[in-house]
Ligand binder design. Structure first.
Ligand code: TRP
Length: 452
């Protein structure tokens, strides 16, 4: 069966192995990740696209960035916390941070006015980002409506796709509202514009998301790839092959006549020589350059050099974004977590009594009587309280493992497990509230100059 992944669906597939295969994601090996976070250690972040670009940039000491966006509608809850934790982790690894307030999207698809969006973004979202420890010096938050270049990019990238692709990726039909067609294009502008010179220049950008957002990444990566003048692919007989794409935008620059084409190929060869290759086979007639000795990890430096060359010739030189994918925490009632169903999640400003009530009512993996529980033990894999320790509240792996064992053995009862989680959640929510108040004065520092 095919898995249907849709960013707007109320269903969410948890068949992660199938998702990896069907959408061509790469599984994450813990050993690849320096300083793994709790989410990496626990397999919660389970797949990626081209994370290698980021890791290579990091290990070479080159710049790299992380990007996310928020729909300023409703309240922040634990699901949002997960993304911000990942953004903070990338920031700690050296990334600069760009965050889009998707006010145009919320305006078009949820009916909020732009001024309502601004208020919600500042008071609800950014206040929590500040409290969650993002570094104001290295975080830039902007509003889609106030950054024309993002809208312009979205508009012009539209040229690289069509309605059939939108139908295939998102399942759009004839009656789909066009705001839903425009939102992913503007979002592609969000994701790609940090590479422009005035927003930090060419560098790999990673977007950490839940798997339901992968359609946006597929679209965006496709759009960026289609603008590239020079493509790097695996070569059949080993090594890498560069092909040149002639298109409306570059026809006059790279293919006006034979001698121009030849000069372009000389430049490509020069770029490759500068990286250190000597065995280079350029075939201008067929539009290809082969590098038989190049290895897969050479792809990144070659692409970066070719994108620089493209930029020097007047092209956009956009690198496809990287992405990472996280599993979803189960909703508190056992189904999907959703902000439109408050009983399924905990809000970051939740009243402690309410939070406690939600855990007490939450779906349990325990047995129905104490006797049975002592005899058979509980099932932590389906137990909400345990899952929330795992995803959100217990930082210490050893302590988590102790609880897990105790629960499986029947030593820890469901009520006791819930109390452990409630205590942890109480401490976390209380501290977050204090940090929100203490750091409220920093909010303005997070805003980009075009958003003040
Ligand atoms: N569409 C996203 C949402 O519904 C918000 C968003 C806008 C976004 N631009 C982005 C997410 C760029 C990641 C990257 O929440």
């Amino acid at each position: 069966m095919m898995v249907d992944i849709n960013p707007w669906s109320s269903e969410v597939s948890t068949d992660y192995a199938r998702i990896i295969e069907q959408f061509g994601l790469e599984p994450i090996a813990l050993s690849q990740i320096p300083n793994p976070s709790l989410h990496h250690r626990r397999g919660i972040i389970f797949a990626h696209r081209e994370l290698g670009n980021i890791l290579q940039a990091q290990s070479r000491g080159d710049a790299f960035g992380v990007m996310t966006g928020l729909m300023p509608s409703g309240q922040m809850h634990l699901g949002h916390k997960m993304v911000i934790d990942q953004v903070r982790w990338f920031q700690e690894q050296g990334a600069d941070v760009t965050i889009a307030v998707a006010d145009l999207e919320a305006n078009a698809t949820r009916g909020y006015s732009l001024s309502e969006c601004r208020k919600i973004a500042l008071e609800e979202y950014i206040a929590n980002y500040v409290a969650m420890g993002l570094d104001p010096e290295r975080t830039n938050i902007y509003f889609q409506s106030m950054r024309p270049i993002v809208q312009r990019m979205g508009f012009t990238l539209g040229k690289r796709t069509n309605l059939s692709e939108f139908e295939a990726i998102y399942g759009f039909k004839g009656d789909t509202n066009l705001a839903h067609v425009q939102a992913p294009l503007v979002q592609a502008g969000d994701i790609l514009h940090p590479q422009l010179e005035e927003y930090g220049g060419l560098r790999p950008i990673v977007v950490p998301v839940g798997v339901d957002q992968d359609p946006h990444l597929r679209l965006c990566r496709g759009l960026a790839g289609k603008t590239n003048w020079f493509n790097v692919n695996d070569r059949k007989n080993g090594g890498l092959r560069i092909t040149v794409s002639v298109m409306d935008e570059n026809q006059n620059i790279i293919a006006s006549d034979k001698s121009t084409t030849k000069a372009i190929f000389m430049q490509i060869v020069d770029v490759l020589k500068n990286i250190g290759y000597s065995d280079i086979m350029a075939d201008a007639k067929h539009g290809i350059v082969d590098i038989p000795a190049a290895t897969p990890s050479d792809r990144y430096p070659i692409r970066m050099s070719l994108l620089k060359l493209e930029r020097s010739m007047g092209g956009p030189g956009l690198l496809q974004p990287s992405s990472t994918y996280h599993r979803f925490a189960v909703g508190m009632t056992g189904g999907k977590m959703s902000s439109s169903m408050p009983e399924t999640t905990i809000f970051l400003n939740e009243d402690l009594k309410k939070m406690e009530k939600k855990f007490k009512r939450s779906f349990s993996g325990g047995q129905s009587t104490i006797e049975e529980h002592r005899r058979l033990g509980g099932n932590p894999d389906i137990d909400v309280a345990f899952q929330y320790l795992n995803f959100f509240f217990e930082e210490d792996d050893a302590a988590l493992e102790e609880v897990r064992r105790g629960y499986i053995a029947g030593d820890i009862l469901s009520g006791q497990l819930k109390q452990i989680t409630i205590n942890k959640a109480t401490a976390w929510l209380s501290e977050l509230g204090e940090l929100r108040d203490q750091n409220a004065h920093l909010i303005d520092q997070f805003l980009a100059t075009d958003s003040c």
